[in-house]
Design a protein around this ligand. Structure first.
Ligand code: SF4
Length: 393
């Protein structure tokens, strides 16, 4: 079917075609609230009982995610299919793919990505895709439980639910690096402590649902309550601590708006920066295009890490020098190059930049985050700098 019903071929103007919008519109149609009458394995690790009760009793009131997050979910499904293809190519045949299960006692449902028959056993398999930085950090199942992000902490609960219901001694979590495509396997053993937690949680939720009551809200957590689809009906109390101040300042408010609008670029910078650093780890000197990347091990009291320095190669001829006059200034990692901003805006700015560089925010990275070279910074950027200092302290 044509995506432009009624459009006559002779009148077609390609300038009116907007493929990304058509794709996003199709994705938006998939964002729907579905009734939920039982506990789900995929969310049973959520840290808030109140959220899990709302999922059963007020599912229709949940504020749904936007099309941006839907793109991420769709990509996750794509990666999962790619992993299945990789396994098949390697002669590993996954059985019972997407098999649903339900346990009446605990009103607990879910479906496994599959089971991998190995040596007489059939461990459940769960596939997750991750950004490179997260992928690097997870190396055993306890790393999930220690993670800052609530969604990562919930993964072992999901697989443990399958281990309990299928009575298997262990499961396999396959993690796909979203950039390199590399796989990492994490064995999740059947842990009685986690099983008890899951079953007790199901019991509490079921009781609240039957009695039409609600558990208390959890202590406010930005990464949980701040992103909760039930925030608008929950009103969890927030303790802002002593000294709270109500401020009416339009300029500052505008800066906060601007700060939010830059967040996506900052996130993209961070992801690329992390990927680049991983790519050049333990490579002391690499020349690539216009870039020179050097690195060395830096030892601290009880740890050591690889520090990369990324600079534009200096010009080799007078002609190159003239061209480089017109090119952006050099970028350095781990060092602050002397800059006009530092000199012209007083010693406080210099001190702030030194502090931020020590925290992993060299000048070049800050310029990307602010979307401006330091020489063009004004009061907005200086306030953002102060904000960053406060965040890092
Ligand atoms: S807003 Fe916080 S306390 Fe309320 S349901 Fe969501 S996660 Fe729980």
């Amino acid at each position: 079917m044509t995506p432009w019903p009624g459009l006559r071929r002779s009148k077609f103007n390609p300038m009116n075609l907007n493929i990304p919008k058509l794709v996003d519109d199709a994705k938006e149609l998939k964002i729907k609230n579905y009734p939920q009458h039982v506990n789900r394995a995929s969310s049973i690790g959520h840290p808030c009982d109140r959220y899990l009760v709302y999922c059963r009793t007020r599912w229709q009131d949940k504020k749904m995610h936007d099309v941006g997050l839907q793109r991420v979910f769709d990509l996750g499904n794509l990666y999962e299919r790619a992993v299945m293809d990789d396994l098949r190519e390697a002669g590993l045949y996954v059985e019972e793919q997407q098999t649903p299960f339900f346990d009446e006692r605990y009103k607990l449902s879910g479906h496994i990505d599959g089971k991998l028959p190995i040596d007489g056993q059939r461990p459940p398999l769960e596939i997750k895709s991750m950004a490179p930085f997260t992928w690097e950090k997870i190396n055993n199942w306890q790393d999930f439980l220690r993670a800052k992000q609530a969604y990562l902490r919930s993964y072992p609960y999901q697989l443990t639910t399958y281990l309990f219901l299928h009575d298997e001694p262990y499961g396999i979590m396959l993690l796909k690096n979203k950039v390199s495509g590399q796989l990492k396997q994490i064995i999740i053993p059947k842990d009685q402590g986690l099983i008890d937690e899951i079953l007790q949680k199901c019991g509490r939720i079921n009781t609240h649902v039957e009695q039409n009551t609600l558990p208390d809200p959890i202590k406010w957590e930005d990464g949980v309550c701040g992103q909760c689809g039930y925030l608008h009906i929950c009103y969890p109390g927030r303790d802002f601590g002593p000294g709270i101040e109500l401020l009416d300042d339009e300029e500052l408010e505008a800066m906060l708006d601007k700060r939010e609008s830059l967040a996506a670029s900052a996130k993209e910078y961070k992801e690329i920066d992390e990927t680049v650093k991983i790519a050049f780890k333990e490579r002391p000197c690499v020349l690539i295009g216009a870039w020179e990347i050097t690195g060395k091990w830096v030892e601290k009291k009880d740890s050591k890490h690889w520090r990369s320095r990324i600079i534009r190669k200096p010009p080799e001829t007078p002609q190159d020098a003239m061209a480089s006059e017109l090119a952006p200034t050099h970028e350095a990692e781990g060092e602050i190059p002397p800059s006009e901003a530092t000199e012209s805006q007083g010693p406080d700015v210099g001190e702030a930049l030194t502090k931020l560089a020590a925290k992993g925010w060299p000048l070049a990275k800050i310029e990307v985050r602010f979307g401006k070279k330091a020489k063009d910074w004004g009061s907005t950027e200086l306030s953002m700098l102060a904000d960053m200092i406060a965040e890092e302290n």
